[in-house]
Design a protein around this ligand. Sequence first.
Ligand code: UD1
Length: 437
Amino acid sequence: MADRHMLYISMQIESGCHMDCIHIHGGKPLEGEAAVQGSKNGALVLVTATVLIKGQTVLYNCPQITDMDEMLGLLKTLGCRVKREGVAVIIDASSLHTSDCPAKQVRAMRSSVMLLGPLLGRCGSVSMERPGGCMIGKRPVDIHETALTCMGVRFRKDEKQILAETEGLKGAEICLPFPSVGATENVLMAAVLAEGTTVLYNAAQEPEITQLCHFLNEAGAKITGVGTNCLTISGVVKLQPVTFTVMPDRIVAGTYLLAGAATRGIVTVKNAPVRQLTSLLDVLRKMGAVVRYEENAVVLDAARAGKPVPYLRTAVYPGFPTDLQSMLAAVLTRAEGSSAIEETIFEDRFKIVRELQKMGADLKVENNRKLRIYGVTKLYPARLTACELRGGAALVVAALMAEGESKITGCDYIRRGYEDICRDLRLLGADVEEKRE
Ligand code: UD1
């Protein structure tokens, strides 16, 4: 993704410096209500799973984000028929004719690696560029490879490419050394059509995985232990087409709640997956916010949410999600005291610190893994650059706190995961607009 960032900047320069830029007039408490889009990570993996199904699969509530466009484009290149009508996506993978994924499309999106399991299940082979490191740290795929090797997959040694093939996937007992989300998903998707039974220990338990299990079971797979860290998958001969509705995005819901907390406002987030947000809501309550549940919505009154968070670590589900860490850090820059956040999932996820410092925030990184934040009373507006998705959203949250106009470039990163962050924040009462400069 570092390459992608450079490419993005050079494209902007070549195009005469026309950059989309988010203009934010911050400094006032938010008040309003917005609904949450379909889950990015939840929908992307379901799209990859459709490769296993010969026939028309319909997915409702697919978010209209650029990562989804990229994934659907990649499926088309592989030969699938893809139709999109707003938030409905229809995929027919009967006509899939290759499992060679073009480098350009793979490079555009790290989640292409989730095609590994489905393509091996469907075609018995796959080739794709090895995902490189990115703005939040190294992103190796060793856990995916070791697990799939147990199932009868051979990986050719190659630094640049993932080249894998199998004469037939076989069920196996696998214990993941770490509950990787992507590796769990790949094993699941490889195992559903494998011969025999696979038992996966230390599986990740993120809601996106539970949803994937439900989707596969509706298509005829036999997975038990759904929602636990031990999944048992009995291979079946084929899967049937299904119609399925993608769950709401817990990270987008969390972003809007944190935007409310940042401005000490009152926000109503409709269609929020409340049960998946327990760790965030606990933190917000400890900060002094009042949380109320309404039918199908969560209401956050953050008028008194100024308390710092002495220590918090990101963790696998149901712990505090790494994908909300940057937004929480932004909010805590104005807490009444000092906070500390330890990032335990990714090795380099504090890149926004420099941008926050430009706004007058007082924070420092220790050993790449720990962030100390000393609350200040005021943030100043600034010109900021987003260089990755969640960090970009965190800058938007920070700008909402600063009195005056901030400008954020790098909107393309934000569009990878948010349908229209400006639209939603306006519904929440923010003065925010995306403009071309
Ligand atoms: C998924 C999510 C991402 C989220 C993350 C953790 C998608 C598209 N992305 O990413 O938004 O932040 O889960 O909740 O669903 N690791 C290895 N070797 C491997 C695999 C992973 O060392 O083979 C390391 C990674 O470098 C990282 C950590 O394990 O440091 C977590 O990775 P993983 O759980 O696999 O996350 P992703 O599936 O990449």
